[in-house]
Design a protein around this ligand. Structure first.
Ligand SMILES: *[C@@H]1O[C@H](CO)[C@@H](O)[C@H](O)[C@H]1NC(C)=O
Ligand SMILES: *[C@@H]1O[C@H](CO)[C@@H](O)[C@H](O)[C@H]1NC(C)=O
Ligand SMILES: *[C@@H]1O[C@H](CO)[C@@H](O)[C@H](O)[C@H]1NC(C)=O
Ligand SMILES: *[C@@H]1O[C@H](CO)[C@@H](O)[C@H](O)[C@H]1NC(C)=O
Length: 493
């Protein structure tokens, strides 16, 4: 089947042209003597037409069958680009997997990649993941609000069947006797084959309540790892309106020169949750503490901010960030795009950073208000915009080790090791304190900071493996070595 892009950006099937050329040709032949030949030719032509009609019907029938199996509309409707579709993978379907992805945008993103992979290797049909609408961020966006669902389904059809919803019969069954469970975290494929597959075979439909960190980082077959990457870096595109707006932001930035994306995770929730009060006044500290106690699922309540910071476990403050970028010798004229929500303390806390980097921007300052209005109440959609800009930037600097930082870091390695400065926060706070106390000069400070980061630029490295301690390892999606072209030989002499 071939697809091409129409004027309105819809991907449409090429029409089949019915040839009338033969009849036209026949009409041109004149003369009594030729009548019998003409009649014979007309018969042949009719026969050919019938043959063509039969062929067309068979084709249509074959296409319909394929689409029925795909269970989705004929063609990807709202996708802007044409794309070749690989032939659908035909396999014996072992059942249906429904999943509810939990967490913020990037946790859900990697969870989706894992679930597609699990469904593929268990030979089941995946239902388009339901997104978390109960999390802290209180965003009710569903899959199609954030990702290009048609493309997701179509581009993975050579691997796994994905349906938007259960077929009616299974839906009825699932609503009568639902089987829900969270799969065990950090499992390998053996678990999915030995424990999950039999459950799917018994119940026909299994629902996973969680998808975060359900697959191990390491020890998985290469085909499994590669499919995780393919989903993450190819199949998961943002929904066209988000994608277009994100591209617009990048266009505006590029038009003015190089840009650095600073994932300055200095937002109230993060500061309250982490208990890091560095640079906050007493009133703010009190407000943050109140917030921390207000959320029952934030387990850690009593936090020694000073100790935590010295251990390198606090997100850098805007002031610390400014010093760090300057010490690293980042050009003061570069555009610094802040990929974050509201910075706690607002402009007052951003003053130092703005003085050092006057070209400080964010999506709210680059775009007319009306462009962002549809997204403002959807934190995951706002985060999607920032994700795209961060992946595209010339330099990416995350100030904490959260999920966005990790997933974007991996994405940039995949994009041929684009520069990501992985801050060593423990070393930095030590050096910053020494510099602020006057114990070291600016030159000493700067050269120490550079030295500490010479090897932390997102260059090829081995993913840290710690058997039995998956949380302490490098996350697969932070360094998906198996999918990076240079990975095979970067350690060899
Ligand atoms: C899945 O299907 C393939 C054939 O497409 C088969 O080789 C494999 O054993 C099947 N695996 C499971 C778990 O059913
Ligand atoms: C979350 O989404 C599901 C369907 O995707 C819906 O049934 C449910 O009501 C939503 N919950 C909230 C709190 O919005
Ligand atoms: C899979 O995990 C189980 C324990 O969860 C372990 O015993 C087994 O060795 C692992 N298999 C592989 C191939 O790593
Ligand atoms: C966003 O939500 C707030 C309150 O929750 C509401 O007042 C506002 O109108 C909403 N904005 C849009 C654009 O929907």
């Amino acid at each position: 089947m071939s697809f091409e892009e129409s004027e309105y950006g819809e991907v449409k099937e090429k029409p089949y042209s019915r040839s009338k050329m033969k009849l036209k040709h026949i009409r041109m032949i004149k003369g009594e003597k030729l009548r019998s030949i003409v009649v014979a030719r007309i018969r042949v032509a009719r026969l050919k037409m019938w043959a063509v009609r039969v062929l067309i019907m068979m084709l249509v029938w074959a296409i319909a069958l394929q689409l029925k199996a795909l269970g989705s509309p004929k063609v990807p409707k709202h996708s802007r680009l044409s794309y070749p579709l690989l032939p659908e993978r035909i396999y014996h379907n072992n059942g249906y997997l429904m999943v509810s992805s939990n967490g913020g945008l990037n946790q859900m993103r990697t969870g989706i990649c894992d679930m597609v992979t699990v469904a593929r290797f268990l030979n089941v049909t995946l239902i388009v993941p339901e997104l978390d609408n109960t999390s802290f961020w209180n965003d009710h966006s569903q899959f199609a609000d954030i990702f290009d669902v048609e493309y997701f389904i179509a581009s993975l059809r050579d691997q796994v069947h994905i349906l938007k919803e259960l077929p009616p019969q299974q839906k009825k069954k699932a609503s009568e006797s639902p089987f829900s469970m969270p799969p065990i975290s950090w499992s390998n494929m053996t678990y999915y084959y030995n424990v999950i597959l039999p459950r799917i075979q018994t119940h026909e439909v299994v629902h996973f309540q969680k998808t975060d960190a359900r697959l191990a980082n390491n020890g998985l077959p290469i085909e499994v790892q590669k499919l995780r990457c393919r989903v993450n870096y190819q199949a998961l595109r943002f929904a066209p309106p988000i994608q277009e707006l994100a591209e617009k932001i990048v266009r505006i930035l590029r038009g003015k020169g190089p840009f650095l994306v600073l994932h300055l995770r200095y937002e109230m929730d993060m500061i309250a949750f982490s208990g890091c009060n560095e640079g906050c006044n007493d009133q703010e500290t009190e407000e943050l503490t109140k917030m921390r106690y207000a959320y029952p699922w934030w387990k850690e309540k009593v936090i020694d901010s000073v100790k935590k910071r010295q251990a390198g476990l606090c997100p850098l403050t805007p002031e610390e960030t400014a010093l760090t970028l300057q010490a690293l010798g980042i050009d003061p004229t570069i555009q610094v795009y802040i990929a974050a929500g509201d910075i706690y303390g607002g402009e007052r806390r951003l003053a130092t950073l703005r003085a050092a980097y006057p070209n400080l921007v964010k999506k709210e300052t680059l775009l007319p208000a009306k462009d962002l209005d549809p997204y403002r109440n959807h934190s995951n959609q706002m985060a999607a915009l920032d994700y795209y800009v961060a992946a595209e930037s010339d330099i990416f600097v995350p100030t904490n080790g959260g999920n966005m930082a990790k997933v974007v870091e991996g994405h940039r390695r995949f994009l041929e090791f684009k520069k990501t400065i992985l801050l060593d926060r423990k070393a930095l706070v030590d050096l910053i304190d020494l510099y602020r106390a006057g114990a070291i000069s600016w030159e000493e400070f700067s050269s120490e900071v550079k030295e500490a980061h010479s090897d932390r630029m997102g260059n090829p490295t081995k993913r840290l493996v710690i058997p039995g301690k998956p949380k302490e390892e490098d996350y697969f999606y932070t360094n998906p070595e198996e999918c990076l072209p240079q990975s095979a030989d970067h350690d060899e002499p």
